[in-house]
Design a protein around this ligand. Structure first.
Ligand code: ADP
Ligand code: MG
Length: 371
């Protein structure tokens, strides 16, 4: 067990690092942020920050030597960078997990090897693969970059060979991955944490609604039957165990029109769709993550209320913030970001409901109409 007052190094300075650092502080740990920009959201609540490039060996060495254990909230550290860090201190989750989750082809291959269902897919290397993809996956299919995609960026819906040629030219770097489009009845996700003893804690299955490729609303529990909820949790546990996870992992899934659960992607860190846990669970995803990384006991992920999370995105956030503060029942969280650019996640709002009284979208939008 990591002893109180030890320092947890967090690679990345965004909101996930900020909320992890706050959870670490509650447990008596210090945090040290590694960020490539000065004064990022996480640094405002951490003990120390090292500012420098994520691929600078000197910076990585200096950072690793200053902490007791390392985790990350930023997924795009290079394999070489991870090797430097893990030669000096334990890094959780491991570099191996990070490598798999950074690359959609490795990710889908891993899932296939473990008999975890996904939508059909194929690697796209050259222009002539457009025709093969159309035959195998049917139009419309989705063409994605294998690396660095987020919030729906780095992907295109392909309806014709012309679309394919255009997207093949603009999506970089190659190879790309083509995926059969899932006509999903809903999207869900599960947060699963595992500590070095192999103890596992799994939060309730969450239902996610996206707008313009960005998560807009999460409902907990997902408005699907109990069997489906627990099937999704079991899949997440199987993935965590197969990866030998230490830390927390978000698993995004589709439920197709036949009720099949297909895994979309995995993220070995706290996840936006787990933000409802901050107010609806005695121990939230961030504390569960820190407990796992610090080798503390993992209690069951209990949820005491139903919950809806609404993301606060872009410049409008600061206009509505006073109303959020003034509306009973809305629990607001801000991330301390200065520049409210379009599409930028500035904060989120949680709304709690008594057990078994989660409203539908209309009920939620009427509560949220003031914002
Ligand atoms: P990101 O890394 O941007 O989150 P995702 O692969 O999760 O990338 O895609 C973002 C969103 O796009 C998904 O949450 C889903 O709504 C939609 N999407 C992605 N892949 C598919 C697919 N194969 N079929 C249907 N919708 C998809
Ligand atoms: Mg996603």
């Amino acid at each position: 067990m990591l002893s109180p007052n030890s320092t947890i190094g967090i690679v990345g300075g965004g909101q996930l690092g900020r909320m992890s650092a706050a959870a670490a502080a509650r447990l008596g740990f210090r945090t040290h942020i590694l960020s490539d920009i000065p004064d990022p959201p996480a640094s405002q609540v951490a003990s120390m920050t090292t500012v420098g490039a994520y691929d600078d060996p000197n910076i990585l060495t200096q950072f690793a030597n200053a902490v007791d254990v390392i985790t990350f909230e930023f997924e795009n550290i290079s394999a070489t960078g991870m090797d430097i860090l893990s030669a000096i201190r334990p890094v959780y989750p491991s570099g191996q997990i990070l490598r798999i989750s950074q690359d959609r082809i490795l990710e889908k291959t891993f899932l296939k090897e473990h008999n975890i269902p996904t939508t059909s897919w194929m690697v796209v290397n050259q222009l002539s693969d457009g025709q093969k993809a159309a035959e195998k996956l049917q139009y419309p299919f989705i063409l994605k970059t294998t690396r660095l995609g987020y919030d729906g960026k780095g992907q295109a819906v392909i309806n014709s060979n012309d679309d394919f040629v255009h997207a093949f030219g603009t999506l970089k770097p190659h190879p790309l991955i083509a995926e059969k489009r899932v006509l999903f009845s809903c999207e869900v996700s599960v947060m699963v944490a595992r500590n070095p003893q192999g103890a596992i804690s799994t939060f309730d299955t969450t239902e996610n609604k996206h707008k313009d490729g960005i998560l807009d609303l999460s409902f907990a529990p997902a408005r699907i039957c109990k069997e489906q909820q627990s099937k999704a949790q079991k899949l997440a546990i199987k993935i965590a165990e197969s990866l030998n996870l230490i830390g927390i992992l978000g698993v995004e899934m589709f439920i197709d029109q036949n009720g099949m659960i297909l895994v979309n992607e995995i993220a070995p860190r706290p996840h936006n769709s787990g933000h409802w846990t901050m107010d609806a669970c005695p121990i939230d995803q961030f504390e569960m993550h820190i407990r796992a990384v610090a080798n503390l006991p993992l209690p069951p992920a209990i949820r005491h209320s139903d919950a809806v999370m609404k993301n606060l995105i872009g410049p409008k956030t600061m206009e509505v913030w006073p109303q959020i503060l003034n509306t009973p029942g809305l629990i607001g969280h801000l991330y301390g970001k200065d520049h409210a650019k379009i599409g930028r996640k500035m904060g989120h709002v949680n709304i709690l409901f008594p057990y078994n009284s989660l409203p539908g979208e209309f009920g939620v939008s009427s509560i949220l109409q003031t914002i």
